[in-house]
Design a protein around this ligand. Structure first.
Ligand SMILES: [Zn+2]
Ligand SMILES: [Zn+2]
Length: 365
């Protein structure tokens, strides 16, 4: 039995080919030889949620046969990579990883990914520009300007499709107006009678069923980055998903999912809840709605495990963790903006001095 090793030696010089975001080819970093990523005829398929809840071994696989996995001793994130890539610095907390990589454990196979199309060089230079436009940032932040400060890593996501059937009970409020009489004093001080329209609400009980259909609800499967920052990287061009191939991993890392399939689905319920509630409200109708009970059944659930490309880096400043993310498709940068107390104090003092000088000048005139 032959074992397929996901290893891409250069046909010209034998070095390892790496995925090149500029043209999407496997490229030799030494002699420039290029080979296309093996063409896949497969579609990025939806997988049955029910069938994966009790996972059978055949549904799990390694990202690549020769994939290694290492866990950050500081934040616990697990990264998967293939040689010649090394563990290096943790993209999420900035700590140098000293643990010995082991052969990667199987995971639910990714259905698809978006390959990197921004190069590390481009991401780093955009990041330098982004940093230099932030005068208040502490000088230490300039450490992000080093070319090795960020690294390409595929982040894990789930997407879910589901039909929903929601039974509800509630109340429909309809407005009606009543003419009220009241008295007030006019400008001469005489009491006069006036009328006004006053709005009231009459409530009727309501109940019913609404159905919904949700497609590709994207849920991060990483806990290493704040969800608002991940959300800020959207939108992802999901229609351009490629079927997973280990060749895309060559030269990059991938993070192992920290949110499992079931937990991701629970999170998805929270994400779609406002949309279901709004459907219920429009089904109730009227001018105002009250929802007393709401129960949703989910059916035809399918999912995909996706890997999406980012350049990520982290470092600690004054004991606080700062993380920078660059969208590997669009180059968009998301990051915390620490402020230097000294720089702000200096600015405030300078403004005060100017104001003081102006006051003295005006006094003398
Ligand atoms: Zn070569
Ligand atoms: Zn870490």
């Amino acid at each position: 039995m032959s074992v397929e090793i996901h290893h891409y030696p250069c046909a010209a010089c034998g070095a390892d080919l790496l995925f090149e975001p500029r043209d999407g080819f496997l490229t030799c970093p030494y002699c420039g030889h290029k080979e296309p990523v093996p063409e896949s005829t497969e579609q990025v398929a939806e997988q049955s949620f029910e069938q994966h809840l009790r996972i059978r071994p055949e549904q799990m696989a390694k990202l690549a046969v020769n994939a290694l996995e290492v866990q950050c001793q500081s934040c616990g994130a697990k990264s998967i990579f293939t040689p010649p890539q090394v563990a290096g610095r943790c993209e999420f907390c900035g700590v140098q990883i000293v643990a010995q990589p082991k052969s990667a454990d199987p995971i639910i196979t990714p259905g698809g990914l978006l390959p990197f199309c921004v190069t590390q060089q481009q991401a780093s230079s955009d990041l330098r520009q982004w940093l230099s436009s932030r005068w208040f940032a502490p000088n230490d932040l300039k450490r992000f300007a080093e070319p090795e400060a960020i690294h390409g890593i595929y982040l894990p996501f789930w997407t879910y499709d589901t039909h929903t059937t929601t039974d509800y009970t509630g109340q429909r409020g309809e407005y009606y107006y009543v003419t009220e009489t009241y008295y007030e004093r006019d400008s001469q001080g005489n009491q006069v009678q006036r009328t006004r329209q006053v709005r009231h609400t009459r409530w009727y009980s309501a109940s019913g069923t609404v159905t919904g259909s949700f497609d590709d609800v994207l849920i991060p499967a990483t806990l290493s980055l704040p969800s608002d920052r991940l959300a800020a990287l959207e939108p992802w061009d999901l229609p351009d998903l490629k079927p997973y191939d280990p060749a895309f991993l060559s030269g990059f890392k991938a993070q192992r999912y920290q949110v499992d399939l079931q937990q991701g689905f629970e999170r998805m319920k929270e994400v779609i809840a406002p949309s279901i509630e709004s459907d219920v409200r429009s089904d109730i109708g009227g001018d105002e709605q009250r929802i007393d009970s709401l129960s949703t059944a989910y059916s035809n659930i399918t999912f995909k495990h996706l890997l999406l490309p980012v350049y990520a880096g982290a470092y600690r400043y004054n004991g606080k963790l700062f993380q920078i993310l660059v969208n590997g498709r669009t180059g968009e940068i998301q990051g915390a903006r620490p402020y230097s107390v000294w720089k702000i104090a200096l600015l405030v003092v300078s403004i005060l001095i100017v104001v003081l000088i102006l006051v003295m000048v005006f006094r003398q005139q």
